[in-house]
Design a protein around this ligand. Structure first.
Ligand SMILES: [Zn+2]
Length: 172
């Protein structure tokens, strides 16, 4: 048995890799990906040389139970919550991208689509019938920091407003 976290899609894996730099601090790596066998199971392997220090980097991910067909960019995954980024990290990503929207309309649309999809990922952590992202959806230091800074941001109603705002801006 392997217990690598599931990467639901390539877009999700690449976001995760961007948030997890090499020991030297660089995130610049040309990633090659392929399916390999590990411990009797098929896993997805991302490997490449760090452009900062030259070290070989390698990350393994479990395959999703059901493959998600990308529909537009980005496609982070199906309806199930992420195993790679926690709820706080997804909101951090949304804040970061929405705070750095470029002038050029085409790139602006991509960045806002990313922000919108990231908020959508936060919403996936909220169990049906509940109004808040539960505490167990925050497992990283960065994610917990975002939550502690302003816990009410993780209410369903507020997340929906933010998501719809980014979507409208992206569609403009
Ligand atoms: Zn490095």
């Amino acid at each position: 048995m392997t217990d690598w976290p599931v990467a639901r899609t390539r877009d999700e894996a690449l976001v995760y890799l961007d948030l997890n730099p090499c020991e030297c601090g660089s995130v610049e790596t040309e990633w090659d990906s392929g399916v390999v066998s590990s411990g009797g199971a098929l896993v997805k392997c991302y490997s490449g040389a760090c452009e900062g220090c030259g070290s070989d980097r390698e990350y393994l991910f479990s395959l999703p139970r059901r493959e998600v067909m990308p529909s537009g960019w980005p496609t982070f995954g199906g309806p199930e919550p992420s195993q790679l980024l926690d709820a706080g990290e997804w909101l951090w990503l949304a804040d970061f991208t929405a705070g750095n929207v470029p002038e050029d309309p085409e790139n602006a649309r991509r960045v806002l689509s990313m922000a919108c999809a990231a908020v959508e990922e936060v919403l996936k952590f909220i169990p049906e019938g509940q109004d808040n992202v539960p505490a167990e959806a925050f497992w990283s230091a960065r994610g917990r920091e975002v939550r502690e800074a302003e816990p009410p941001r993780f209410r369903r109603d507020r997340l929906l407003v933010v998501r719809d705002t980014y979507r409208e801006l992206a569609d403009r």
